[in-house]
Write a protein that binds this ligand. Sequence first.
Ligand SMILES: [Zn+2]
Length: 346
Amino acid sequence: MRVARFHAPGDIRLETDPDPVASDDEVVIRVRACSTCGTDVKISRSGHPNMTPPQVMGHEIAGEITQVGRAVDGWAVGDRVQVIAAIPDGTCRECRAGHPAVCRNQLSMGYQFPGGFAEHMIVPREVLAVDGLNRIPEALSFAEASLAEPLACVLNGQEIAGVGDGDTVVVIGAGPIGCLHVRLARARGAERVILIDLNADRLAASADIVKPDLAIAAGDGDIVARVLEATGGDGADVVITAAASGRAQELGLQMLARRGRLSLFGGLPKDAAVIALDANLVHYRELSVLGVNGSSPAHNAEALRLIATGAVPVADLITHRLPLEQVLDAIELVARGEAIKVTIEP
Ligand SMILES: [Zn+2]
């Protein structure tokens, strides 16, 4: 089978591997869709601390079961499935407290285990042990189902930020994650959604699809003033930064309403992770600054349900579908911000 394997920054190779065989407690899938994301760009350029090369990349995975180990219950050849990316151990302090997204022993598909940029992939026992395999409803395509993983992370972020009825939500960053945030905020009852991006072309393309109430190109002057003006001076109930920008985080805090919540969804480069935070704004206005890290298996199941019911449509976010042989082109498309979602169909 063909796979795309990361060897070193700038060195991703298309290689031929033997087809995998399921052990007793594993399942093998024929990968039908594996979507690319900003993390794939980061890995391709600078590697990742949790990833020991060489490794098959790809973590937004959907496919069809082709082998079921003898000790595996509940799955059959031909079942269509979506696979979690972040795998909690289910036993540590955080997992026992019901917070598997911050499991201290978390493993990941495409990092410690071979990922979905491959024709076939083993679903490891660690995934099956935490209910990490989700049945794809019939009406849903594999490509749509592959977006359950990023939507699961977005869902975790909005649960933590308490996005709900009547909220004014600002999303900074109009990439695929920003688009999913706009759609999910609406599904959760947000009254007003404002989308902001530095890149006016990308903002226009994304706004055309997800239709925020207001789109603000960050180059057009002071975005804090624009948000305050658009909210009658109140500010936003929730600001979500879906961009690797410390400046976006600093400005996001300043555009919050009293008791507002700032969700730091996008991580920062590790050499630029310290920001200037006005502690008195947090203090006097009772603001909350909230982190978010990936998602749980339950978030994946719920995200797949949100896509399947039409609460969060994703088909129109998939702007490019490419074969595995063009995975490097796919990663470049994502890096240039010209695509919304690029799905590899191995
Ligand atoms: Zn754990």
